[in-house]
Design a protein around this ligand. Structure first.
Ligand code: 9MR
Length: 359
């Protein structure tokens, strides 16, 4: 099966195989008059962004994050790759700085992420093959990190991206090899729940709208865990979509994901202007399609039962900081997937989102 561009981007082996540059000039559009409304005041559910604490050094990012979003997803600093030091000590400066920012601005924290197949610091990797040592280290980590932020975060992504890109299987990883495929999952949820009984515990994955096989495998996993009484409290669908995603795919996926009855988080929404496949639209058509996809996501999210609307998160504030710009991810430096341009000005897609949130 051909892997999608998104799957290639996710792979650490991805060679930069991107489409042609898409040009830096925005289509000429006159923004509506008046100042931009605060999106957090318009949304009937928590409306989030992803942040990294160092971004707060840029005043416009801090301002926009505080004004428009009432939930923050910790993009980097609650991952093992940041927290775990080479000698096994844990550092929390970044997470604590974000937590202080959120407290000052009345924002909830969606903590991301305790366990991730792609995040296996050397300090853990050296325990590969020693089950008991791995259990002790893994348990200790989950307890300490979830416990440290107990009472301060609304939720955790406990296991991130459990399903393969092809979609039929769960991933093999350092964690699954040593603690079992279901085993490492159950263990992390149970320990996180003990450490922070009030946090809503999520699993989270991508391409669920473009790969129905992957969606089925993911939902089967969640259902199996629910049936076993594992304290799973919500489902995250990342929604890193590209401009040529067919209309209707997001709606179908959200309905399907919601069918299990758990709260649903649109957890990492962005829409790349670089097509996933061969898409021959003009720049202006791509921007129009991007707006339509943001609108479809928000409309189909609003159609879910209110008690399942955990929140909708966009993956960053300004285009300039987007991971889709980064060439080390196979991204395109001219991509513009978010609501605010490089200078922090609201783009046409911002106004469309404000309208969609007004309902
Ligand atoms: O956007 C995140 C980037 O800043 C980090 O360097 C990177 C590695 O930690 O992770 C990016 O976020 C990913 C998220 O954690 C999981 N889903 C895919 C996101 C984009 O790669």
């Amino acid at each position: 099966m051909r892997l999608s561009r998104r799957a290639l981007l996710a792979s650490t082996l991805a060679l930069a195989a991107c489409d042609r540059p898409i040009g830096a000039t925005a289509a000429a559009q006159t923004p509506p008059k008046g100042s931009a409304p605060a999106l957090r005041d318009l949304a009937p559910y928590p409306f989030g962004t992803q942040l990294i604490s160092t971004e707060l050094d840029t005043p416009i990012i801090a301002e926009l994050a505080a004004r428009h979003f009432d939930q923050v997803n910790t993009g980097f600093e609650l991952k093992m790759e940041y927290i775990v030091q080479p000698d096994g000590r844990l550092r929390f400066e970044g997470g604590d700085r974000l937590a202080a920012f959120c407290r000052a601005n009345g924002q909830a924290i969606h903590a991301h992420t305790l366990v991730w197949y792609a995040d296996t610091p050397d300090w853990f990797a050296r325990l590969d093959g020693s089950r008991r040592a791995m259990e002790a280290a893994y348990d200790g980590y989950v307890r300490e990190v979830a416990g440290r932020y107990a009472g301060r975060v609304r939720a955790w992504d406990v296991v991130n991206e459990p399903v393969t890109d092809e979609g039929s299987d769960l991933r093999d990883s350092l964690w699954s090899r040593n603690l079992g495929q279901d085993g490492h999952f159950i263990r992390a949820f149970e320990l996180a729940h003990e450490a922070d009984p009030n946090a809503i515990l999520f699993t989270n994955d991508y391409n669920l709208e473009s790969n129905p096989t992957k969606r089925r495998t993911f939902l089967n996993l969640v259902e199996r865990m629910m049936n076993r009484g594992v304290p799973i409290g919500g489902i995250g669908t990342q929604c890193h979509v590209s401009v040529d995603l067919p209309a209707g795919a997001l709606t179908t996926a959200l309905r399907d994901i919601a069918s299990l009855g758990l709260p649903v988080h649109v957890s990492e929404f962005d829409c790349s202007l670089v097509p996933d496949g061969i898409f021959r639209g003009s720049q202006r058509e791509r921007e129009a399609d991007q707006i339509r996809l943001y609108e479809e996501a928000l409309e189909s999210y609003a159609a879910l039962p209110a008690r399942q609307q955990y929140g909708f998160t966009v993956w960053g504030v300004r285009d300039a900081e987007s991971w889709l710009r980064r060439t080390d991810y196979g991204g395109d430096p001219s991509d513009r997937p978010l609501l605010f341009d490089d200078l922090g000005q609201p783009k046409p897609v911002f106004w469309a989102v404000a309208e969609a949130l007004r309902g």
